[in-house]
Ligand binder design. Structure first.
Ligand SMILES: Nc1ncnc2c1ncn2[C@@H]1O[C@H](COP(=O)(O)OP(=O)(O)OP(=O)(O)O)[C@@H](O)[C@H]1O
Ligand SMILES: [Mg+2]
Length: 326
C-alpha cells in the first residue's frame, strides 16, 4: 500500500480497488489494458482509468462550435475518469453551462446506472454549497448532465497562495456541504479539490456525487475514490462517513500548511512548522482529529467535524490576527 498512496499517484482517474474482486469490472469499464495496473503489498490494486486516452489526446467527444441540441460547445474544461466536461452556451436561455458527457465507449449499462445514481442523488440535494444539476437527458445518443458553470476548481486555486482567512472560509463551506450530505445520509466518497468548483464571490460548490453511496446500502467491496485523498480504510474497501471527514481534513491541512499530508499520514504532517506559526493549537488539534489514520479516533461524520470547526474558528481567527501584527 505504501507504494500507491504517494503524491505521484495523485492523477485524475485513478482508483484503488481491494484485491482483485472488482478488477475485471473496472478494466471493462475503463477500457484499459493490464499495463495500467499495479499491486501494493497487501493486495490492493491501482488502476489508471482513462489515462491512456488522456496522454494520447484521443479524448475529445465533441469539438468547439459543435452543436448538441440547444447547446453550442465552446471548450473542454476537463477530463475525468469516465467523462469529459465542456463549457457550452445554452442557445435558448442564453447562459453558459458545464456539460458532463460520459465517453460513449464507456457507457455500459453499469456506468449509465452510476451516472443515473449521480443525477438522482444530486437532484434531491438543495444547498448553497452543492453543485446543482440543471438537467440530464440523452441528446443525439450522448448522455448529457448539465451543471451550473463555475470559474475554476479548488485544485486550480491551490496552485497560487491562499490567505489564512480565505482558507478558513473555504474550509467552512466545504464542511457545510459535506455535513449537509451526511445529514441526508449520503456519503460522497470522492472528496478532492477537483470536485469543489469555485463560483463568483469565492462560493464553493461540491460536485460529483457519482460514486457516493447512500449510507444504509451495502458498501462491501467498494474501494472507489481518488488515490491521495482517500482515507486508509476507504482504500481497503471499507468507506464510511469518516472517510469523507479524512479527505476534508487533508484538504484543509493542505490549505493551511501549504503541503499535502502523505501516506501513512503519521503526525506531524509535512508543513507542520508553517502550520504552527499561524494556527491556534485548538485548530491544529481539530486537524489532527480529522486526519487520524485510525477511523475510530476521527470525528464521527462531517456534522460533528463542522460543530468542532465552528467552535475553533473564531479563536483561530483572533490568534492569526495577533500573529500577523507581531
Ligand atoms: N460545473 C463545472 N464548472 C466548471 N468546471 C467544471 C465543472 N465540472 C467539472 N469541471 C472541470 O472538469 C474537470 C473534470 O471533471 P470530472 O468530474 O469529469 O472529473 P474529476 O472530478 O477531475 O475526476 P473524477 O473522474 O474522479 O470525477 C474538473 O476537474 C474541472 O476542471
Ligand atoms: Mg469531478
Amino acid at each position: 500500500m505504501q507504494s500507491v498512496a504517494t503524491s505521484d499517484n495523485r492523477l485524475p482517474g485513478f482508483v484503488v480497488l481491494p484485491a482483485t474482486r472488482r478488477f475485471s469490472r473496472y478494466t471493462r469499464l475503463a477500457g484499459v489494458s493490464g499495463g495500467h495496473l499495479a499491486r501494493g503489498g497487501d493486495g490492493v490494486v491501482v488502476l489508471g482509468i482513462g489515462c491512456e486516452q488522456q496522454r494520447s489526446g484521443v479524448i475529445d467527444i465533441l469539438k468547439p462550435r459543435q452543436k448538441l441540441g440547444k447547446y453550442r460547445i465552446e471548450r473542454r474544461l476537463g477530463v475525468g475518469g469516465f467523462a469529459c466536461v465542456y463549457q457550452a452556451m445554452d442557445t435558448i436561455e442564453g447562459i453558459r453551462v458545464a456539460l458532463k458527457i460520459p465517453r460513449p465507449q464507456h457507457l455500459t449499462e453499469e456506468v449509465l446506472g452510476d451516472f443515473r445514481n449521480e443525477v438522482r442523488l444530486t437532484a434531491k440535494l438543495d444547498h448553497p454549497n452543492v453543485l446543482l444539476i440543471k438537467d440530464a437527458s440523452f441528446i443525439e445518443d450522448y448522455f448529457v448532465i448539465v451543471f451550473q458553470l463555475g470559474e475554476r476548481t479548488l485544485a486550480d486555486r491551490l496552485r497560487s497562495r491562499l490567505s489564512f482567512d480565505v482558507a478558513l472560509d473555504y474550509a467552512q463551506q466545504m464542511l457545510d456541504a459535506v455535513a449537509y450530505a451526511h445529514s441526508m445520509n449520503i456519503m460522497h466518497c470522492d472528496i478532492k479539490p477537483e470536485n469543489f468548483i469555485i463560483f463568483p464571490n469565492n462560493r464553493l460548490r461540491l460536485a460529483d456525487f457519482g460514486i457516493a453511496k447512500v449510507a444504509q446500502r451495502t458498501i462491501k467491496g467498494s474501494g472507489s475514490g481518488s488515490v491521495g485523498f482517500m482515507a486508509p480504510e476507504q482504500a481497503m474497501g471499507r468507506p464510511s462517513m469518516k472517510s469523507d471527514v479524512f479527505s476534508l481534513g487533508l484538504i484543509i491541512c493542505r490549505m493551511l500548511s501549504g503541503q499535502w499530508p502523505e501516506w501513512p499520514f503519521s503526525w506531524p504532517p509535512p508543513g507542520y512548522q508553517q502550520l504552527r506559526r499561524k494556527a491556534h493549537p485548538d485548530l491544529i488539534d481539530f486537524l489532527r482529529r480529522a486526519i487520524e489514520p485510525n477511523p475510530r479516533k476521527r470525528f464521527r461524520d462531517a456534522e460533528h467535524m463542522l460543530n468542532a470547526f465552528r467552535r475553533v474558528r473564531p479563536r483561530a481567527m483572533r490568534y492569526a490576527e495577533r500573529r500577523k501584527r507581531r
